[in-house]
Design a protein around this ligand. Sequence first.
Ligand code: 5AD
Ligand code: FES
Length: 394
Amino acid sequence: MYAFFRNFYLCAKFQTMTITEILNKVGPSILQQAQDSGTEGSRTLTHEKIKLLLAAEGDDKKLLFDQALQTKLAHLDNYVHLRGLIEYSNICTKYCLYCGVRCKNLKVERYTLSDEEVIECAKLAHELGYGSVALQSGERSDKAFVDKITYLVQEIKKIDNGSLGITLSLGEQTEETYRRWFEAGAHRYLLRIEASNEDLYYKIHPHDEKHDFQQRLACIDGLLKVGYQTGTGVMVGLPFQTLDDLADDLLFFKQKDVAMVGMGPFIPHPDTPLWQYRDQIPSAEERMELTLKMIAVLRLMMPEINMVAATANQTVDPQGREKAILAGANVIMPNLTPNEFRENYLIYPDKACVKDKPDECHSCLDVRLAAIGHKVLYNAWGDSVAFTKRQKKS
Ligand code: 5AD
Ligand code: FES
């Protein structure tokens, strides 16, 4: 086992409260409180307890996953929400140290989908009953891009009188841009913080005006202010990342009270600067396992948020998506990008489903989910229950 985690686990054994005790206290109390008050439940997980849970092994680990699944089923049932993913463009003005489509990677053939291609993808999502699309792209903030996205959101909204929900994942923008896209009809936005520890952030990003931690935080605040169901998240198993960082990441999500979270294992890409650390990170199996624990612990902390079973999970482990669902995730983003473009959107290598046709993905999903006792909720936006409840209160 990766030395850091082994040492931590040994230390964890000498803590005053055992993992089982924490879970027996926290897990059922979450369910009980929620049933009693109709609220999200317990908020009692401290940094130290989170760290202990993230180090759980054997029966403790089993109990953690079990509690997380029971918590999810009690609050959200066994439904999985789908977002048809449209990878609009791999043109990016940034050069994050982990990302395969960073502008400094000259090996990538750049593309942007035509308006017609985007609308066709959205129509397909509608026909397949997905209920929502997610429009994702490399980061640009020039006027032509902002105008184009506004137009595309408006056009997607026209399909069957606004029946599709729209999630955007288009990076850092001004608050004005976020507002424009919101007014055009987008209502969810994903912007991962990637690492909530500023020092770690600058180990995985350049430290310059284009990659500014404070700016990223301001963007997340801007999204919340504009009124989006705001999603954030981190990569798990990054070089230099510690269990303290991961525990703080979970507390950060809680503190921001976000509506959605996406977390996946870090996958080193050979054409990026972080590739040099590939031998100094936990094994793929350990990164996957740690991602599942992050999902499970967060489900205990935030029972009603939407959590995505990221494609990166499936890339590291063919069963990764199902494992994430069983650990507490409730959203899947099947890729609807036309196949000829997919291999140019390789933010990490060997991405899952690159060769699958959209309708093949579709039929395989139902079967795979049924096998783990879950089902897709078709023809629904699948909004975050946490967000919807909060809105009703205000
Ligand atoms: N490994 C895993 N995830 C990655 N992402 C970017 N590069 C990688 C990588 N090498 C994630 C980031 C980003 C999301 C779209 O993909 O968290 O926000
Ligand atoms: Fe494109 Fe980071 S490399 S946003």
